[in-house]
Design a binder for this molecule. Sequence first.
Ligand code: GAR
Length: 208
Amino acid sequence: MLKLAVCVSGGGTNLQAIIDAIENGTITNAKIEVVISNNKNAYALERAKQHGIEAVCISPKEFDNREAFNEVFLEKLNSFNVDLVVLAGFLVVIPEMMIKQYRNRIINIHPSLIPSFCGTGYYGLKVHEGALERGVKVTGATVHFVDEGTDTGPIILQKPVMIEQGDTPEVLQRRVMEQAEWKILPEAIDLIANGKVEVADGKVLMKE
Ligand code: GAR
């Protein structure tokens, strides 16, 4: 049974998609041990509690500096002994120490087709604003492993979504979530939980 920590900062609709997929059997061999938020007001914490999942908040605001926060965050995470960390709308830069300790054991959902509209400054609505500004006709979502760069790790799954004339960033965000994010994030977890994902030469290979 793959033990998961899900890290969140906001509404938690991706967390909800994972919870639903575990409950309805779309994800097998996985269990959420803990949901960790950096923001005490994140509705995601509520969603976790409603499903009997331990919900923890560790806010950088409670620490003198980022190093102190990083240390406590990592200590807390380690105390749950998880196999996989899922960043589901987690808007905190992951400390290098944690990336080393959890090499190829942290995955992130990003709301575009990487390498478009990703990297520093591209998060949440800003990603969709960028896509509309550029006038691309297709966008989508990507699930990838987290490495030392921003959105540069090995890509696990991607799904395209069509942009429609008249889209606003909010409308596009919702379509990308519904048509891509809520599908490929649970799917990636299921693949990992069932031993189907391998990383070689910085790329993901799917095992039969
Ligand atoms: C999602 O769209 C996710 O892809 C994005 O934040 C949103 C969180 O929504 N993540 C990033 O932009 C990471 N760079 P949620 O809290 O409802 O799941």
